[in-house]
Design a protein around this ligand. Structure first.
Ligand code: G
Ligand code: G
Ligand code: MN
Ligand code: NA
Length: 249
């Protein structure tokens, strides 16, 4: 069967799994929040990575319900976690363009018992910029206390002037720039420019794809205090993460 046919009802059959990657304070290494990342446990194909099925879900429109399912799991999972960490959930362009989004997101958040202030929604620059209604939607979500992060920042739309008017709270520095941090001066220059820009606009920055302590040190020196990456943890089931954090001295 085609992937798209199998994807219909995958959530209802319990085949979608939500993993979490810690977002840590780079000075202490302690988690302040978690990014929710979906996986599809297909009965025959095995574990299907999001890059193989999110584009299909986006094309067919299935992404709307899948996205709400991931949000529901993420909010319910995080509601009971001690220390009140936030959870960061990816939102696809198609979701942002659907008029019922705000209503449906708020209903899911209320049902879960998670405070709206503990939810971050990640959108890409192009998803915001391509569709005028996207901006209004983000304003409305923020008016309810939900924070907005720009995912993969620096890889998309490039008008910095435009950015200054976007209703966002956090810039996520794309991992391609972090990867160049302990290599070329150019890579460091881009990361530094994003961090300076965020400071001026009073936005938080989160560095993605941190794999070395050298990158961590460089980010701290540049003024970025928060990040995620394989150096700290790959995406894992929440119960596994909480057990290993409980083991910490
Ligand atoms: O977890 P991984 O690195 O394989 O994720 C690959 C891509 O899939 C990333 O760009 C990530 O943003 C996207 N992705 C993961 N989970 C979700 C989700 O729940 N919704 C959407 N829209 N994208 C997701
Ligand atoms: O586009 P988005 O930022 O949502 O994508 C997150 C993706 O990045 C996930 O697929 C996740 O598995 C992956 N990822 C997380 N940490 C690292 C890392 O340290 N290195 C690399 N190469 N990928 C990472
Ligand atoms: Mn993301
Ligand atoms: Na990203």
């Amino acid at each position: 069967a085609a992937l798209a046919d199998d994807l219909t009802g995958a959530a209802g059959r319990g085949e979608l799994v939500v993993l979490y990657q810690p977002i840590v304070d780079l000075e202490t290494g302690l988690a302040t929040g978690y990014e929710a990342l979906v996986r599809w446990r297909h009965p025959v194909r095995g574990l299907v990575p999001p890059l193989d099925f999110i584009p299909v879900a986006e094309r067919t429109g299935l992404i709307y319900d899948i996205g709400l399912y991931v949000l529901e799991r993420a909010c319910a999972d995080m509601a009971g976690v001690p220390g009140s960490p936030y959870v960061s959930v990816n939102l696809s362009p198609r979701q942002l363009q659907t008029p019922s989004l705000v209503h449906d997101v708020l209903a899911v958040v209320r049902r879960s018992g998670l405070a709206a202030q503990r939810l971050v929604l990640e959108v890409t620059e192009s998803a915001i910029v391509d569709e005028q209604s996207g901006i209004a939607t983000l304003h409305e979500l923020r008016s309810h206390g939900i924070r907005i992060a720009v995912d993969d920042f620096g890889t998309g739309y490039s008008s910095l002037h435009y950015l200054t008017r976007l209703p966002v709270d956090i810039l996520k520095i794309d991992r391609s720039f972090v990867a160049e941090l302990d290599g070329t001066p150019t890579g460091a220059a881009i990361a530094e420019a994003v961090i300076r820009l965020a400071q001026v606009l009073r936005l938080r920055t989160i560095a993605e794809g941190i794999e070395t302590t050298g990158q961590t040190d460089e980010l701290l020196a540049l003024g970025c205090r928060t990040g995620q990456g394989f150096l700290f943890s790959k995406p894992r089931p929440l119960d596994e993460i909480l057990l290993s954090e409980a083991d910490r001295p």
